[in-house]
Ligand binder design. Sequence first.
Ligand code: ATP
Ligand code: MG
Length: 378
Amino acid sequence: MGVAVEVSGLTKSFGSQNIWSDVTLTLPPGEISVLLGPSGTGKSVFLKSLVGLLKPEKGSIIISDTDIVTCSEHKLYDVRRLFGVLFQDGALFGSMNLYDNIAFPLREHTKKSENDIRNIVLEKMEMVGLQGAEGKLPGEISGGMRKRAGLARALVLDPEVILFDEPDSGLDPVRVAYLNQLIVDLNAQIDATFLIVTHDIGTARTVPDNLGLLFRRHLAMFGPREQLLTSQEPVVRQFLNGRREGPIGMSEEKDVAQVEAEMAALEARGGDAHNGVGPKGASGGDAVPPQLEPSPGLPERKAVRRRQERVARMLHEFDPDTAEAIRASLPEDLLAQADAGAFTPTRGSGGRHWAPEADAAAGGSTATAVLPRSGGEG
Ligand SMILES: Nc1ncnc2c1ncn2[C@@H]1O[C@H](COP(=O)(O)OP(=O)(O)OP(=O)(O)O)[C@@H](O)[C@H]1O
Ligand SMILES: [Mg+2]
């Protein structure tokens, strides 16, 4: 089973440029989480921090009892083996064929024989549908094949945590659908903890158990998918509906009056459900669509039941719309237990976070609600 990744109070800057501050979230073991955010908000920086390639200056990242922000290089090298990473650009070596690219981590990190390596490489290539392409160079194949080769390489060390940086960018919609199915199927087969960075709203709505959004140098929200999909937070709704109207601007934040005027016009047109289609996936209004399931013949995702038990304990913490959507996903036995008061509050059990208001951060609570709605950093 995958391991939990517990991030708390994480802050990263480059020189005087702060990328994000006080990011707190837990990736629950074996669950699939998606991290969204406008371009340049530091999603890739976050993934690189999780594997220790970048050093945040504050906060902690606990994986298997090790804090990788402060641990020794030696320890970091060990912990890094728990990770598989699919980088944004695939990061394949251009002069190596796919076989050697995929074999690379095994040759680098293990003492396995070439024979064992061969078996593993061919197994993973088959898993991602690349059998027969061993001898191709990265430059000779399509972008979609490169993504899958990067994924096969991320899998060879049997990772317990897999990070995907925009696995679906540059792919046509049909290939995105196949890739999403592949991700869910993989999760069912290996039960590792997944974190996916994507700009695809369709992926965000249907693949993950948990959703998060980075905005204005903070984690605006992170929690069960139902929490974000039913959220009324303007920035969450704008992003998940892929629309222009709202706090997120093309290059910088908009002023309050402009956002208010846009929202009034949107309301007059009938709100998000009638907003037409965003560039990447249909506008969804408040809907919580069904989650993608593993292909027929594959085992069920073990994370599903674990997650149901986890969110059943959290039901009382959500607003009525979110609680209703979560209840709809729960089996009878857990609903009955929740209603009988069997679950005591488990604040801090992970998988849920609201950004504290910027000026109320000193209180140290992560359970207060709203993001500053507009105007500057407060
Ligand atoms: N090694 C680095 N040194 C200095 N600045 C960096 C470095 N890596 C990233 N940055 C800066 O950090 C910010 C966030 O970059 P990042 O690549 O994480 O964005 P992103 O959210 O992944 O965007 P996109 O959606 O476009 O991929 C950018 O302003 C970038 O210039
Ligand atoms: Mg990026």
